[in-house]
Design a protein around this ligand. Structure first.
Ligand code: PEP
Length: 264
């Protein structure tokens, strides 16, 4: 990545860890980061627990004044009312969250989250003063057809077309090829770079270079301490959205350390 942007390592815990496990993880993680003299100014870390753990994560982080950020994995598009089971952006923001993952492929697959819904989630997150981590990326089928770059750029464009420059600058994009998520198959550094560059170029064309150069573009899909360095060395890859490896405290600590060192 370029030194203009601070790298972000974001752990998506998905439906793992209850609130006690989440608290225990944070305590171990904080201790390990301190032991390696981790510098949060050189690399940002965020964790995305399930809704039921957000309060405990907030307490664990705030009580020790830790520099770890956190957020939610999805959000309701409405602000309040008769929407059983939904959680609003304001409720999430009131727990001190910085980020919300929007449009993860598992949400697109298992829930009725179409483009229109994803646009509304992004708007809800921005209106509540948080940053959306917008997930995009092709399936194996699109890659086979050779349309992966157009596909990922198109997914970003679908969401950003009605945003102002100021709103677009707050976006974080996670390029996550669906075939790489949870499979152990990681994109090559070159193909992660190609996708990140294509997305950045399109943002620059729409909103100007300043916005294009501000937005952080993460790579996600089977990231581990074995492949993180090569990926983060690519100029347009600004960090990671991590699933499985974010559930192992030693492995996540290693990835954070490698990212910080490789980009400093
Ligand atoms: C994810 O779910 O966003 C993800 C990238 O998962 P994994 O790291 O396990 O591939």
């Amino acid at each position: 990545m370029t030194s203009k942007r601070i790298p972000l390592v974001a752990g998506n815990w998905k439906m793992n860890f209850d609130h006690l496990e989440a608290t225990y993880f944070i305590q171990q993680f904080a201790w390990k980061l301190r032991a390696i003299h981790f510098d949060h100014k050189r690399c940002e870390i965020a964790l995305m627990p399930s809704f039921t753990s957000l309060r405990s994560v907030q307490v664990a982080i705030e009580s020790d004044n830790l520099k770890i950020r956190y957020g939610a994995q999805a959000v309701s598009v409405t602000s309040q009312g008769a929407f059983t089971g939904d959680v609003s952006a304001d409720m999430i923001a009131h727990l001190g969250c910085s980020y919300v993952i929007v449009g993860h492929s598992e949400r697109r697959k298992y829930h009725p989250e179409d483009d229109a819904n994803i646009v509304d989630q992004v708007r809800a997150v921005l209106a509540a003063g948080m940053q959306p981590i917008l997930c995009v990326g092709e399936s194996y089928e699109e890659r086979r057809k050779g349309i992966e770059l157009d596909f990922a750029v198109g997914q970003v464009r679908d969401v950003t077309c009605d945003l102002s420059d100021e709103e677009a600058a707050k976006l974080i994009v996670a390029y996550e090829p669906v075939w790489a998520i949870g499979t152990g198959m990681v994109a090559t550094p070159q193909s992660a770079q190609d996708a990140a560059k294509a997305i950045r170029n399109d943002l620059s064309a729409t909103f100007g270079t300043e916005v294009g150069e501000t937005v952080r573009i993460l790579y996600g899909g089977s990231v581990s301490s074995k492949n993180a360095v090569e990926l983060i060395r690519e100029p347009d890859v600004d960090g990671f959205l991590i699933g499985g490896a974010a559930l192992k405290v030693d492995e996540l600590t290693r990835i954070c350390k490698l990212t910080m060192e490789a980009t400093s």
